[in-house]
Design a protein around this ligand. Structure first.
Ligand code: ATP
Ligand code: CA
Ligand code: CA
Length: 427
């Protein structure tokens, strides 16, 4: 069927999903935001609110095909996290996430199959997560919340919302909204994803030379002889926060997380346009249903078409006025929440310092990411299989306590004055 064929395909699938996510977020957000804040209760941590969205169709576009359901988890908890601890302005949040353009790094950067979408201003990331990660976040939400409350400068991913979209035929997609560690106004010249494990933790150097956007790993860091250049003051602060954060992760019994480190070299500045050139606009024009009506409906004035257009006009948060291949990001710091956090205060990040705590020409953008993997039976299996081949303590899926200890010692080792990461290398 050519009519159906038109709307199937990768771009389409992603578009509908994106459209549903943003429509859900916007609707749920507006509903809760309209209410007065109240103190949290126990139930707020397990709360779940359901929404159904009906898109009117006709015989060619049966509505059921586009209807979707949306779930909003613990809205009061996330609202309090956003407003009181993460310093996100409600209006900013809504506008950023539902603006006309959504940037996308198409495809999945990790091997987990997650998708990442950036908000138009590059401030927020939507990450689709596995059902297990979703269940896990719900289970630990109270502890996460308490940790954030007691550690305003935590380096852990800042979760702003947890949601689920259910597509027709039952496909369920869970996702979180979180902070983008990398700023919109600075090129990132090198990126490292560090776990404190060295087995298999190398991005091929030949490829890295050609691709400045590659995400490098522990062995690249060690072999390039890199150091986190921080003077005594910042070193002490960062070490203490990493210690507290990894203590929590050990207690939560998670693993596989990493310290993401983006490095901006102030001498190079933005002139290489490392990032800017490659940002692509997520570019579906309008909801595919509307697009199809335009080209294929019998007449633009059929009652359904008119009703549909009105609904789309009122509800479409991601319509593009004009398509463009890239987005111009601001050269100036757009300000916002980063000013409140010691590790994100210098141009949105942490500026390198010398031994007298004087500024150096590097800015680090760092945080602990991918923190929702519990030590499940799957990992136990992986541990078993990998353990047969390599040194048990150096492979990445060791049990959580060991993982956390190794993670923390590695991060201490790679700071200036530490003994370096080489001892973590396998012989
Ligand atoms: P895997 O489980 O295979 O490691 P994943 O799909 O769980 O992959 P992550 O490890 O969360 O993905 O992230 C993959 C990459 O995406 C990171 O190495 C980093 O380059 C980028 N990334 C993830 N989270 C952020 C963030 N908060 N800010 C900036 N970049 C991020
Ligand atoms: Ca990861
Ligand atoms: Ca992961």
């Amino acid at each position: 069927n050519p009519l159906v064929g038109n709307v199937i395909g990768e771009g389409h699938v992603n578009y509908v999903l994106m459209y549903n996510m943003l429509t859900g977020i916007r609707t749920a957000f507006s509903r809760w935001q309209a209410k007065a804040r109240r103190p949290l209760t126990e139930e707020d941590f397990t709360a779940c609110h359901k929404y159904s969205f009906d898109i009117i169709g006709n015989e060619l576009t049966p509505s059921a095909k586009y209807d979707f359901k949306f779930k909003d988890y613990s809205p009061w908890v996330f609202r309090e996290l956003r407003e009181d601890y993460f310093h996100i302005e409600p209006a900013d949040y809504l506008v950023s996430l539902t603006a006309k353009y959504i940037l996308s790094e198409l495809g999945s950067p990790g091997k987990s199959g997650s998708f990442f979408y950036f908000s138009r201003d590059y401030r927020f990331i939507i990450k689709t997560i596995h059902h297990n990660e979703h269940k896990f976040l719900r289970r630990i939400l109270k502890e996460y919340y308490n940790h954030v409350k007691n550690n305003p400068h935590t380096l852990l991913s800042r979760f702003y919302g947890l949601h689920r979209v259910k597509l027709p035929r039952g496909r369920k997609i869970h996702f979180v909204i979180m902070n983008n560690l990398f700023p919109p106004h600075k090129d990132i010249h090198e990126t490292y994803d560090l776990k404190g494990s060295t087995v298999g933790r190398e991005y091929p150097e030949e490829k890295a030379q050609k691709n400045p956007r590659a995400v490098l790993k522990d062995l690249n860091w060690i072999n390039r002889g890199k150091t986190l250049e921080l003077g005594p003051e910042k070193r002490a602060l960062l070490t203490e926060q990493l210690r507290r954060d990894s203590e929590l992760l050990k207690r939560l019994y998670v693993m596989d997380y990493s310290l993401l480190v983006g490095i901006h070299n102030m001498q190079r500045g933005n002139k290489d346009n490392v990032r800017r050139n490659t940002l692509k606009v997520f570019s579906p024009e309008i909801h595919p249903l509307t697009r199809r009506k335009k080209t294929q409906s019998k007449g633009p004035s059929s009652p359904e078409a008119i009703a549909l257009r009105r609904i789309m006009r009122e509800s479409d948060p991601v319509r593009l006025d004009s398509a463009g291949p890239t987005i111009q990001l601001p050269d100036e710091d757009i300000g916002g929440e980063r000013q409140y956090f010691i590790f994100y205060q210098d141009e949105g990040g942490l500026r390198a310092t010398d031994e007298t705590n004087g500024d150096m020409d590097t800015i680090y953008y760092l945080g602990v990411i991918d923190i929702l993997t519990p030590y499940t039976t799957f990992k136990k299996l992986e541990h078993f299989w990998k353990g047969l081949k390599a040194d048990r303590h150096k492979i990445s899926p060791v049990p959580p306590v060991e993982y956390g200890n190794r993670f923390f010692s590695f991060m201490k080792a790679i700071m200036r004055g530490g003994e370096g990461g080489a001892k973590f290398k396998s012989e």
